[in-house]
Design a protein around this ligand. Structure first.
Ligand SMILES: [Zn+2]
Ligand SMILES: [Zn+2]
Length: 436
């Protein structure tokens, strides 16, 4: 099963032309490996041993100088390099206004300095695709400038986009499914001019920038990526998954594992038994949450908020609502449709904890991002939306539990279809979504 799963869903990284490359060393044999930034699970090209990446928080990378750049007559010693911070963000930004929920793709690499520095490169531009990134380690020498908070950069990007699209009025935005990393680019001073240390080319930064940069606070950004062997801690079987899987499967003992702090942690899951061998098992987060800002104590409350036609069945008054969201990255329209359909339908058939031979779609969206999506799902469902907009804008969502549930989808010609909720996932979209 998962072998097929890997074949079907991992080749998609090639279609993503804007994925960064990151240079690592195999934790088993020390061999040099270059991975896509989204990679979480891989087999080493040299020793074939599988490893999982444990990343606490966001990764911190840097551009390293080539041999040629380092031997340039003007090139300084490593210790004299000045690293400027850039936030790298890739994800989908949902915006909710009284008119509805819209979305756009954000892919930015923005200079993360507090203050204005005319003519400094404001983004990493083409370099990010041409050069592999490296981890910043405790041994990396040089001065690293502390970045401003990512929210400052995202707010600026949001404002620019809103102005461009002419979006005004009340509402809120939520960013889902993001890649977030901090990337440092090396520079040095030469005769009062700031020089790009990768290209050994002077920047157009204003004279005196060396003094202005001297005033900014430093940081030491090393936080090394840890690896853990891709072997089931329970039975020793090889774990399986796609290269961007956040959760790995042991098909031998029917367990699911998530890398955390140099270990693999067993995670609870449920499966709804498939009707056919060809059914595809699709993962969803089923979340219970406290949402004090809206009347949402029962399913009946949710149906009333959605203003669905007909009378509300009495048994819904006693059923607590679960919020469902895909546990995989998928195009925004499908993500919203699946979340809304499942949250309204609340599928509650019998479940077990068996991993079968069916294809399992990899889990690529973490639970905390699924929790973030609840506000967007609610904004998509409530009617009339304008009436609830200010409540939704101020909404505080406190998750109580997020459970991973695999639902069987039938394999139709162009789509995987869940017959109970009458919702499908276009196969091509699923294949393309691996690196959203
Ligand atoms: Zn190796
Ligand atoms: Zn096992």
């Amino acid at each position: 099963m998962p072998t097929t799963c890997r074949k079907r869903f991992s080749a998609t990284s090639a279609v993503n032309a804007i994925s960064f490359k990151v240079a690592h060393q195999c934790p088993q044999c020390g061999g040099p490996i270059v991975l896509d930034e989204e990679t979480r699970f891989f087999a080493c090209d040299f020793c074939r041993v599988k490893s999982c990446i444990c990343q606490k928080g966001f990764p911190r990378y840097m551009f390293a100088r080539s041999e040629q750049a380092m031997t340039h007559p003007d090139a300084p010693d490593d210790g004299d390099l000045l690293f400027l911070p850039y936030w790298r963000f890739k994800g989908i930004s949902y915006t909710c206004t009284a008119q509805g929920v819209t979305h756009r793709f954000l892919d930015i690499s923005a200079l993360a300095l507090a203050g204005t520095f005319p003519n400094l490169p404001v983004s990493l531009g083409f370099r990010t695709q041409a050069l592999a990134l490296k981890q910043v380690t405790p041994r990396t020498r040089g001065r690293f400038i502390r970045p401003v908070d990512i929210t400052t950069i995202l707010d600026q990007a949001q404002n620019r986009l809103s102005r461009k699209k002419g979006l005004v009025g009340p509402g809120f935005s939520e960013n889902i499914g993001e890649t977030l990393s901090l990337i440092f680019a090396p520079y040095y001073h030469k005769n009062g001019i700031l020089v790009d240390a990768v290209l050994n080319r002077p920047t157009r930064a204003a004279a005196g920038i060396d003094i202005a940069l001297d005033d900014l606070p430093d940081c030491r950004p090393e936080k090394q990526t840890l690896f853990v062997a891709g072997i089931c801690p329970s039975c020793g079987w090889d774990l399986e998954g796609s290269n961007d899987s956040l959760v790995l499967i042991c098909s031998n003992c029917s367990t699911l594992w998530k890398p955390r702090d140099r270990h693999l942690k067993k995670i609870h899951f449920s499966c709804v038994g498939p009707g056919h061998d060809t059914d595809v098992m699709v993962p969803f987060w089923k979340i219970t949450a406290d949402i004090p800002g809206l009347p949402l104590a029962s399913m009946a409350d949710l149906v009333r908020l959605a203003n669905l036609p007909g009378t509300v069945p009495a048994d819904l008054e006693n059923r607590i609502p679960f919020f469902w969201a895909p546990a995989f990255k998928i195009r925004p329209r499908i993500f919203l449709r699946l979340s809304a359909r499942l949250t309204l339908e609340q599928p509650a058939p019998g479940v077990d904890q068996l991993i079968r031979k069916n294809i399992h779609v990899p889990v690529t969206l973490p639970a905390d991002e699924a929790v973030q999506s609840i506000r967007i799902t609610l904004a998509h469902l409530v009617r009339p939306r304008a009436e609830y907009l200010s409540d939704l804008t101020d909404l505080k969502i406190s998750p109580r539990r997020a459970e991973l549930v695999f639902l069987p989808f039938e394999d139709h010609t162009h789509d995987y279809v869940h017959p109970g909720i009458q919702a499908g996932i276009n196969k091509q979209m699923l294949a393309l979504s691996s690196n959203l």
